[in-house]
Design a protein around this ligand. Sequence first.
Ligand code: ACO
Length: 341
Amino acid sequence: MHAIPKTRILGTGSYAPARVVPNAELEGVVDTSDEWIATRTGIRRRHFAAEGEATSDMAAEACRRALSAAGLNAADVDLIIVATVTPDSPIPSCAVLVQKKLGASEIPAFDIAAACAGFIYGITIADQFIATGAARCVLVVGVELLSRAVNWTDRTTCVLFGDGAGAVVLGPASMKRTGEPDREPALAPGILSSCIFTDGSLAGALRIPAGGSARPADDEVLRTRQNKVHMDGQDVFRTAVKQLTASSTQALKASGLTSRELDWVVPHQANLRIISQVSQRLGFPLEKMVLNLEEYGNTSSASIPIALDEAVRDGRIVAGHHVLMCALGAGISWGAAVVRI
Ligand code: ACO
């Protein structure tokens, strides 16, 4: 028996900055090559925000596009959740700026910092608000401006990331979009299951060591770039393959679906080799995985909602499809969700 959803996706939207940076351009920045980046990661290009463009600008644009797809306005929204580890500034939160830029009402708006798993965390939280009736129309946006958070002298990390935003509008499963045909109750759209996890014992594997309260930014921090991303790539890689497989299996079981009933998997877009290994372990073909890391690199919390939006807009994912989403990142935090579109 399939799980009965309480919350559904009403619309998706995404935004990528106009500036495209191919791998070859990075050859002039660090000792790397297009060939190394493409074969080790699957990434060929990424988008970088323009000067003066902020995280909240990208988030607000993705939200406008998601609202438009849902046939709703900012005035309909009663909660905004922004998943980001690269907010415009520590205070106010990015969600506050998004609320203002959208012209939304005096509603709750807050950030969550779960890195690459942020979007799965965000929809899981939104699902709780909607299921309890505390909120009716929730914007969840994953957004990152990582080009300003990486160490541009560290070739092992700076080539991996990109900037962008992806959003969904969530509402009660019973809510219909204008003109949408009725569906049998057993085929109602919505979030069938989700699960989220954290293992803080692995916190050192991926971090920005300084620039916060434990070690405020001083000259030494800036000189040694301790306020930028540091990562043990192989630790993260191994944990990603293991935990993405485990959480996907758990979410699938909780949804009541078998892997054969899944139409698509939208994985976090970190590394094609991670995705291939998860595909093998899940027994789910790579051709049915939505992939766009070639174009965007790793956009952390934005990667799943951007990929989801692209697949919805180009008609790969359609009403009735079952979609598994899974992500893992700094924390280490991870999670998975199964959704009927
Ligand atoms: N260009 C050229 N050479 C490089 C580069 C680069 N950009 N980066 C590293 N190398 C070199 C290394 O110095 C090393 O050289 P050596 O053998 O002479 O010492 C060699 O390439 C191999 O390095 P490895 O670290 O063993 O390379 P690996 O195959 O593990 O790939 C990578 C590294 C891509 C970072 C991989 O470990 C990875 O993808 N890990 C997951 C991390 C990740 O994606 N994190 C993002 C956030 S978390 C998440 O989204 C899941």
